[in-house]
Design a protein around this ligand. Structure first.
Ligand SMILES: Nc1ncnc2c1ncn2[C@@H]1O[C@H](COP(=O)(O)OP(=O)(O)OP(=O)(O)O)[C@@H](O)[C@H]1O
Ligand SMILES: [Mg+2]
Length: 162
């Protein structure tokens, strides 16, 4: 399977999709998160981090551009390029070094980064649909396809048995 499309009726469903995505992560993976303001991109990242065992807050890196997490033996970089205007900012901050093949990159607003990003292995698009969201997850490379295949094995999550 190369693509997964699903409807996310509420925030918990977005968190669950993030948890399923966490199972497919491997070092070096570059994931673009597309969608308008409030589409649920940061919520999805929160779902990923919670599933990996991160218990602290997951802040939107709108001003800092990037937040770093080390969790479950993965280095994870969460970017938000919404307020990124000048690629020199990027060079000054030494951010290129963050795409070193060892860390996982989850990137909000990649289209605002002015073409300085490596290509996406995985692209996830979230769109508002009624009160919920539609999600489409696509793999663009061999490791991106592996990620989506693992995600699809775990999604939708089976209902818990009580
Ligand atoms: N599937 C869903 N259905 C309804 N609401 C959702 C869903 N997923 C997330 N939300 C809600 O959408 C709101 C915005 O989410 P979030 O901050 O993750 O968006 P974002 O795409 O990161 O926005 P921005 O571009 O501003 O960073 C939050 O209040 C969150 O609870
Ligand atoms: Mg966000």
């Amino acid at each position: 399977m190369v693509a997964l499309k699903t409807f996310l009726p509420d925030e918990d469903a977005t968190l669950a999709l993030g948890a399923a995505l966490a199972a497919g992560l491997e070092p070096g993976l570059v994931i673009y998160l597309r969608g308008e303001l409030g589409a649920g991109k940061t919520t999805l990242v929160r779902g990923v981090l919670r599933a990996l065992g991160h218990s602290g807050p997951v802040r939107s890196p709108t001003y800092a551009l990037v937040e770093l997490y080390e969790v479950s033996r993965l280095h994870l970089h969460h970017f938000d390029f919404y307020r990124f205007h000048d690629p020199r900012e990027w060079i000054d901050a030494g951010f290129r070094e963050t795409f070193n093949g060892r860390s996982v990159s989850l990137i909000e607003w990649p289209e605002k980064a002015g073409g300085i990003l490596p290509p996406a292995d995985v692209e996830i698009a979230l769109t508002t649909s009624g009160c919920g969201r539609s999600a489409s997850c696509i793999g663009n490379s061999p490791r991106g396809l592996r990620c989506i295949a693992r995600l699809a094995e775990r999604y939708p999550p089976s209902p818990s048995v009580s």
